[in-house]
Design a protein around this ligand. Structure first.
Ligand SMILES: [Fe+2]
Length: 374
């Protein structure tokens, strides 16, 4: 028996106007400090039903501490939102999931969120995710990442009850995404699709979404890079990224994420850039177990990049879009990187990405993969 979980997805031009049809009138918008001063927040507020009361909580940075996410819970309890909107990249949407859980179940700790328990959330509010980047897939997932205040480590918690009720994919909100963020988040999405497709928990639903994600993102990202305001290309990358998110949320990610998370923890490099750094080598490493599956995906890239194997195709494609595959292009000092290999190896070995990767990866294999990008 297997479950496929998804939010209700509103997508395409003008999909933000869906908010005007919602019958609720009390909206909490969780967003980051940067977006709180932009037109994007204004657009969302304007789309709310006439007469709505709105509270904006924007104490979210790029890697929020739990204490930051929960810093205004008293005001939120008093405001009594009927809808909680996560607006932004993965950090804001994940923060909204945590706030939603703690609002639904006062007294619950974020650390207690687990798929093993039934919390009975959803009696007070509904959760809406509105991504303003195309890549993290957080709008489609039932996981949330936050940083522990004491250990300064990233924690991932998960429960089907924090899966957003709605995901709104309005391409208008990503039209002005800067090039670097566009590429980083798209590489994250490509990595989600590739890793989900060969995960030991892959299934027919996650497969079809991963395949479609690759064929939507890879040609259209090139169009977006040459013309950032190409609406239809932006829309395809946005929807494709969400499909990749839906795919891995219903299967799992793999070794490139295990290694990328570990690298990101020590060097503060954007998530998409770190997972993409390792993806070609991970694909090569997994080839013995996942070769025919990778061959299926290899055919879906734009023709001029296709090589004999997926790892080579990825290298061709990444070169074109400016995604590094060696640390010298990040840039990170070789000596700094080498000094952290043992720590990164330990961190990667604790990642869930190890569990479902098609090929087993022991300590020697992790070290070999970490050294392969030097
Ligand atoms: Fe990712």
């Amino acid at each position: 028996m297997w479950f496929f979980r998804s939010p209700r997805i509103v997508f395409g031009e003008d999909s933000l106007s869906f908010l005007s049809m919602v019958e609720s009138r009390r909206f909490l918008i969780v967003t980051d400090r940067y977006l709180s001063g932009t037109d994007i927040l204004k657009k969302v507020k304007t789309a709310l039903p006439t007469g709505s009361e709105t509270m904006v909580f924007s104490n979210i940075g790029s890697e929020p501490l739990l204490s930051e996410i929960t810093s205004d819970m008293d005001s939120i309890y008093r405001f009594e939102p009927e809808i909680i909107i996560g607006l932004g990249g993965g950090s804001s949407i994940d923060a909204a999931k945590i706030i939603y859980a703690l609002y639904e179940k006062p007294g619950l700790s974020a650390f207690d969120i687990t798929p093993m328990d039934n919390f009975g959330m959803g009696s007070r509010s509904r959760l809406v995710a509105i991504p303003t980047t195309s890549g993290t897939g957080s709008e489609c997932s039932w996981a949330a990442v936050f940083t522990d205040d004491n250990e300064k480590r990233k924690n991932e918690v998960a429960s089907p009850e924090i899966l957003p009720d709605y995901a709104i994919l309005d391409p208008d909100l990503v039209l002005d995404l800067p090039r670097a963020q566009t590429v980083n988040t798209a590489v994250d999405a490509i990595t989600h699709a590739v890793e989900s497709y060969v995960s030991q928990w892959n299934n027919l639903y996650s497969d079809i979404l991963a395949e479609k994600a690759i064929s939507l993102i890879t040609p259209n990202l090139l169009r977006v890079i040459s013309d950032p305001h190409d609406f239809s290309a932006r829309e395809s990358v946005h929807i494709g990224s969400s499909m990749a998110g839906l795919s891995f949320s219903n299967s799992q990610i793999g070794l490139a994420h295990a290694l990328g998370h570990a690298m990101g923890a020590y060097f503060g490099i954007p998530h998409g850039k770190t997972v993409g750094l390792y993806l070609p080598e991970v694909v090569r490493y997994n080839r013995r177990k996942a070769g025919p599956r990778y061959d299926n995906l290899n055919k879906l890239f734009p023709k001029k990049f296709i090589s004999s194997t997926l790892d080579l195709t990825l290298r061709n494609y990444f070169r074109e879009i400016g995604q590094p595959t060696q640390i010298k292009d990040i840039p990170v000092q070789k000596s700094d990187y080498e000094s952290k290999i043992s720590d990164m190896k330990d961190l990667a070995s604790q990642s869930t990405g190890i569990l479902t990767n098609p090929e087993e990866a022991d300590s020697t294999a992790l070290e070999m993969l970490l050294r392969s990008v030097i």
